[in-house]
Design a protein around this ligand. Sequence first.
Ligand code: 5AD
Ligand code: SF4
Length: 471
Amino acid sequence: MNLPDLKKAKVRSNEEVKTIKATNLKSNKFAGKKYYLRTYGCQMNVHDSEEIKGILSNLGFISTENYEDADIIVLNTCAIRENAHDKVFGFLGRVKHLKKEKPELIVAVGGCMPQQEGVANTLKEKYPFVNIVFGTHNINDLGKMIMEGSNKQDIEVYSIEGDIYEEIQYKRDSKYEAWVNIMYGCDKFCTYCIVPYTRGKQRSRAMNDILEEVKDLKKKGYLEVTLLGQNVNAYGKDLKQGYDFATLLEEVAKIGIPRVRFVTSHPWDFTDEMIEVIAKYENIMPYIHLPLQSGSSKILKLMGRRYTKEEYLTLYNKIKERIPGVSITTDIIVGFPNETDEDFQETLDVVNKCKFDGAFTFIYSPREGTPAALIKDNIASEVKEERLQTLNTIINDYSLEHNKEYVGKTVKVLITGYSDKGVDKVCGYTETMKLVNISGAKEDIGKIVEVKITEAKSFSLDGEKIIFSNI
Ligand code: 5AD
Ligand code: SF4
């Protein structure tokens, strides 16, 4: 089979995609066979994997946690940093051995990696045992590709997004918390970021479709929804229907689901109206993930982030003032090309001023095809490592400091399942997105309960369920 030329790759109309779904989705052909699905990367991928699980279930597959037991292995990949690639290729090495023992095993690789120029070629040449390759724009082709047979290498990746498909049959991981896509792709083109290339231009879902999905989730008993997008604050801009993220958030809150969250926010698109809506509704959780990326205005400019250090701080302070008790986390990249010690000190200055509740910190990783990859990566790796360590120490200290403020307080926790901190423990998140491990309370999985916090750690809290008594 010929490799797709990504520049000319096939684009299907919505109608065509609908026909494929309607004719191929349901089958008993694989009844009782097992699938192993491994997901790399962000929440968007985690949610896409719920779509993949829906497709596999519709073909009769059941899930297994052990890849050696599987009849089909599906890898939903990530391309955001080089180490994401390394992990996938590392795992494929193990799958290669398994395939020798089990030649009938189907191996499928999808998600962001195949959307990158050259990856499909690499898979074809170096990993010929991979049977199916699909991208982010045609996840719904997976069912058809599996049905068509596994004794060949089937590669189908579209370079263009096509229309939004509204009838996805998700198999959701949780009965209590649900992801809801409000948009796909991203138009921000931060200079280091591969996402606008792997996920395409921004496409917002129509507000009514989102509201219908949330209403349906409420009917099914879900207690929490997280509105999902690469840049939720830009929601609606591409639709030009006169509504924006503030409108959507308010309408979702009015549906009355107990907890509404959203990720990820971009400071540039964050308006005062959005802050007011978050402040106004009790069921919009006081938690905002607000990526900083760098504290140096010079580096922010090179990153194409469209705000300065001062503008970020102004927004941060406004949010803190208007939403009492809000917790704010961030993303920070160290070692972007031309980042001097002074630039790094600017980042530390912002961290010291904001005292974030938590942060995901990364060493810059050049992504081929992005504008930043053309700038010489001129920071020595020891310097990058050292900056990361320095930053992490400060971040963790603030995180612990925030967590300590909770000790002795009573907070509401949605208990989502068993904790890995002991057999008799369950866990869940506070409204401010703090992880709490709780003794006992097994019968409370799937409920929002009041918990007294007894101990603080850097990355979690310990607590006890409050037992109300009439005595
Ligand atoms: N190198 C390092 N980190 C990156 N991120 C995105 N692209 C890169 C890159 N090329 C980080 C950003 C983003 C998070 C999801 O990943 O901080 O917010
Ligand atoms: Fe990437 Fe920037 Fe879009 Fe976030 S806003 S997905 S960092 S391009």
